[in-house]
Design a protein around this ligand. Structure first.
Ligand code: ZN
Length: 287
């Protein structure tokens, strides 16, 4: 199943993307794609609601904005350097244990919203993101996949100056508004038989800069869910973003960062595609 949220920022409603391409309004369900949905039997309730209302489903205005397909989660956890080729281009060794950092959940936005450039070194990262279902605390790798509710495409934007040149933790460079476009839809695991073998790509102004496969993960999805759950309780609807392959602007010689007007497009096999146009966050650069 492919699930969407649509409407203006902050007022999105839940919906579905049917196999024939129709977008259906599911706000009559009375439940959004958040903690209650992912922690309980939300999917079953939705399936029952769908079959009961099959004859009277409302379609979504084709011009409606698509928002992030899940509600704002309690945590957006990112994995750093989870592809050996990206670790190499960043000048770092592949990690012996997963590298964890946070992104502010206020950075989450829709898949076609503009990306704001708050500095001169804004960079892209196409990533597979995992949505947590039932709460996970100290789960084993064998148990981990039963705590996965689905998958979603994520562009983990960074302001590299703030991330790497201003001291402290990476979170500072990862959290600006619009730095976490999610969507266009999230999918249930039956749509993605092997999350550890998906093609993913990203273009800037039509030029392909990232072209990878999750088969090159240093740590796979089950290992990551299990690992993160040792350090914190993963709540239903929480998101773990699994890292990016090579081809980010930081790794180019010379580095290539986003300029106003640049168009970023990205996709993952089975998870659709996104498109963002870059624009300055504010007229005069502030420190
Ligand atoms: Zn990343």
């Amino acid at each position: 199943m492919r699930l969407i949220r649509f409407g203006p920022p902050g007022a999105e409603k839940p919906g579905l993307l049917l196999p024939d391409g129709w977008r259906v309004d599911a706000s009559g369900l009375g439940m959004d794609y958040g903690e209650e949905f992912f922690g309980g039997d939300g999917l079953q309730v939705l399936t029952d609601w769908l079959s009961a209302h099959q004859q009277k489903l409302t379609t979504v205005d084709p011009d409606a904005r698509l928002g992030p397909p899940v509600c704002r989660p309690s945590k957006l956890i990112c994995i750093g350097l989870n592809y050996a080729d990206h670790a190499r281009e960043s000048g770092m060794a592949p990690p012996r244990e997963p590298v964890l950092f946070f992104k502010a959940t206020s950075a989450i936005c829709g898949p076609y919203d503009d990306v704001l450039l708050p500095g001169r070194k804004t960079d892209w990262e196409v990533e597979l993101a995992v949505i947590i279902g039932p709460q996970a605390h100290r789960v084993t790798e064998e148990e981990a996949m039963s705590h996965v509710a689905g998958y979603v495409l994520h562009n983990d934007y960074s302001e590299r100056n703030w991330q790497l040149e201003r001291g402290g933790q990476w979170v500072k460079g990862k959290s600006y508004d619009t730095f976490a476009p999610l969507g266009p839809f999230w999918v249930t695991p039956d749509e993605i038989p092997d999350p550890n073998n998906l093609a993913l790509w990203l273009t800037v102004n039509g030029k392909r800069v990232q072209d990878g496969s999750t088969s090159n993960f240093v740590f796979n999805v089950a290992q990551l869910v299990s690992y993160v759950s040792r350090f914190m309780t993963l709540l239903p609807g929480d998101i773990i973003s699994t890292g990016t392959p090579a081809g980010v602007g930081l790794g180019m010689n010379p580095p290539r960062y986003l300029q106003p007007g640049d168009v970023v497009e990205l996709g993952i096999e089975g998870l659709g595609w996104q498109r963002q146009v870059a624009r300055r966050a504010y007229a005069e650069r502030e420190k």
